[in-house]
Write a new protein. Sequence first.
Length: 569
Amino acid sequence: MKSNVSKKNEASLPSLPKSPTGISGLDEITGGGLPTGRPTLICGCAGCGKTLFSVEFIVHGAVAFGEPGVFVSFEEKAQEIAQNVLSLGYDLNQLQADKLLKIDHVRIERHEIEETGEYDLDGLFIRLGYAIDSLGAKRVVLDTIENLFSGLPNQAILRSELRRLFEWLKEKGVTAIITGERGKGNLTRNGLEEYISDCVILLENRVANQISTRLLRIVKYRGSVHGTNEYPFLIDTEGISVLPVTSLTLDHEVTSDRISSGVLAMDKMLEGKGFFRGSSVLVSGTAGTGKTSIAARFVEAACQRKERCIFFAFEESSQQIIRNMRSIGMDLQTHVDAGLLKIHSVRPTLNGLEMHLVTIHKIVNEFNPQVVVLDPVTNLITVGAVSEVKSMLIRLIDFLQGRGITVMFTALSLNTIINEQTDEGVSSLVDAWLLLRDIESNGERNRGLYVIKSRGMKHSNQVREFIITDEGLDLVDVYLSPDGVLTGSAREAQQLHEKTGVVLRQYAVDRKDREIERKRLVLESKIASLKEEFESIQDELNKTYVEEELRKDVMEKNREQLTQNRQKE
């Protein structure tokens, strides 16, 4: 009974006040931002993005949420910080002029510190308190705290002053960020900040296979539920973007709407309607079977429906794809110029898997497409194991399907163990799987297409020959013979043979019809002759019968006449 009451009142419990950071993705995994009026520790090694993280927190607070901020730096001068973030579009000098931001550089010299036990932060408190009060600041950043205590070897004083600093910030009611360098055995060098902070966020710059990946983890967050995984984040010309691990509840909405593959014959193999909107499609096959061509036609058909599309290419540049597709009747440049198609071409080795995922998230959020293509996903194996690629694709599919975006993957098959595992791993995730195979016969290599699976719809179980011409893509029926499937010139020879057989059979039928017609005419002629002969005989018989009857009549009349004559005598 007690548990039921607690569940009933759970919704009415007050939530911890939070200050949004404005950093893409971070507010989602923190459940709204950093704890309001409490200090948050941002720790990590050099170059992991602590200062930029803090600057974004201050700038977004001032610009987007109307909360002025104070940035205290113990390393870089104010002008250096302003110059460093200017390339990201943050004009700190203008914010200072508008009295939304104050940057203060505090210089700490080790030789000036007296180790007499009289070291304290009263001077910093007065300086910082004045800046907060004069600006009406709601946010404060201290970057970095190690420099504040770099000349203080006395651990007892250090711990005491750290606690005083954190308590003072709480009393001022400001939402504070304190940055700290990563220690050897602790999250920070002093090992105390992580325990007295209400929220601790760890930033890492991990290198694997010579590829760097930036990761963020919320180590603790007092009084709030938060994400506990490692989240990749990206630093680019627009600042920091954090990629939350997408939901594993599989509760996204689905639709029964269909979209065309762009190839009419392929749509006919899928109940004549194509793929479900918002589904995932895999096109796999060996090199040269036409995977990219199918993906490009899928994108072109979407653009012709005035839908926005993104083509992520990991092998060819955008100009290569446009040129190559033009040779088979597709003009993708027109759709690029119209703003309906965006081609993003990068080498897989440019970033790690997580960074690729962050980049895809960011571009999709900015461009807002209805269709996305990744060509080919198997190239990602060069920057991660098969299991890691599958994990990435799971999150990507979850993200895209949650937005109702139809995604098509292409995968290269090389008949090796790694690629077979990749095909199986990817194919288990997608809703539809098209397989392209080489069919070699009579000294030719032709293409065959199969629909391995298509969830939620009936689909053809036949093998169709896939052809690429100057006019585009098409599927034709294969021919079966005692020797197997016939494609290419063998199919054409069989078609010619069948056409010849049809002509010969038609000629034989026509000749038979003419023979029958002749026999019919002869028979009708004989019938007419016999009929005429019959009528002639019938006439003769009738003539004899008439004469006999006439003779009888005459003789009867003569007898009657003789009888009358005798009576008169």
